[in-house]
Design a protein around this ligand. Structure first.
Ligand code: B1M
Length: 210
């Protein structure tokens, strides 16, 4: 019988080939999909993070862990999406200019989509001008920016400034998040809201759309 600990271990080991077999067994055994995400896949990344920080794991190994996490998510994602739901609003999300981290953003997108929003994923390393042209093209209700590096978090401010310059700032609500971001950063970059994780981001969007 497969366990959630085995899923975490696959992520830690970067076992891209093995993770889907274990996740499939858990799905067949009716394990709640959010447990597979939070207690399996994300729990594994939470083991990886301090090992990376302390130098016990290196970039190529962490990339394998990220790939393993994404492989596992592929199987769980359809289970938490309700395709018949009418959309609650349109949310555009991207990782800021210079930043390539996308695991948190992808998890965020999954949770937001599964709660009934239409999501436009701008990907990673999104330039300030790209946010602005995409707002003009898609006219989202909310724009979310993710940053994982202290060296890229100020790109949130330059992106908001570019939105002002492009005449679209007052047409959207701006929300921010990511490991180095704190609630008081909202005022600094002239955003509208902060969420510390994917679930609170959904609550924040719901409050903003109410
Ligand atoms: Co990077 N990395 N990394 N990395 N990496 C961190 C962020 C770091 C803290 C590791 C450390 O402890 N030293 C550190 C940043 C230090 C700092 O700036 N102070 C760091 C560094 C230094 C780097 C490089 C510079 C390393 C190098 O090359 N020497 C490099 C930078 C590349 C670049 O972006 N230009 C780099 C590269 C990488 C990998 C490619 C190896 C890989 C990314 C793979 C990928 O994303 N596809 C990677 C990873 C995996 C990490 C850690 C270990 C894990 C991040 C993660 O995926 N967590 C990370 C350590 C850490 O975070 N403690 C680290 C799991 C994920 C579910 O959580 O992303 O936090 P998280 O997302 C959460 C919340 O933050 C929140 O909700 C999410 C879900 O609950 N959230 C939002 C995120 N965005 C939000 C937006 C919102 C709301 C909530 O509203 C819009």
């Amino acid at each position: 019988m497969a366990t959630l600990e085995q899923v975490s271990q696959c992520v830690v080991d970067g076992d891209v080939a093995g993770v889907q077999g274990i996740v499939k067994q858990l799905i067949d055994a009716k394990t709640p999909p959010m447990d597979i995400i939070n207690k399996g896949l994300v729990a594994g990344m939470n083991i990886v993070a301090p090992l990376f920080k302390s130098g016990e794991m290196f970039v190529p190994e962490v990339m394998e862990s990220a790939e393993t996490m994404n492989k596992g998510m592929e199987l769980v994602k359809p289970l938490i999406l309700d395709t018949d739901m009418t959309t609650k609003g349109k949310i555009m999300i991207g990782t800021v200019n210079g930043d390539l981290h996308d695991i948190g953003k992808n998890l965020l997108i999954m949770m937001i989509e599964s709660s009934g929003y239409t999501v436009i994923d701008l990907g990673v390393d999104v330039k300030e001008e790209t946010f602005v042209s995409a707002i003009k093209e898609h006219q989202p209700d909310i724009v979310g920016m993710s940053s994982m590096l202290t060296t890229t978090m100020m790109k949130m401010e330059s992106t908001v400034a570019e939105m002002v310059k492009g005449g679209v700032r007052d047409k959207v609500k701006v929300i921010i998040g990511g490991a180095p971001i704190s609630p008081d950063f909202v005022d600094e970059v002239k955003a509208d809201g902060y969420a510390e994780d994917a679930s609170t981001a959904v609550e924040l969007c719901d409050r903003m759309m109410a």
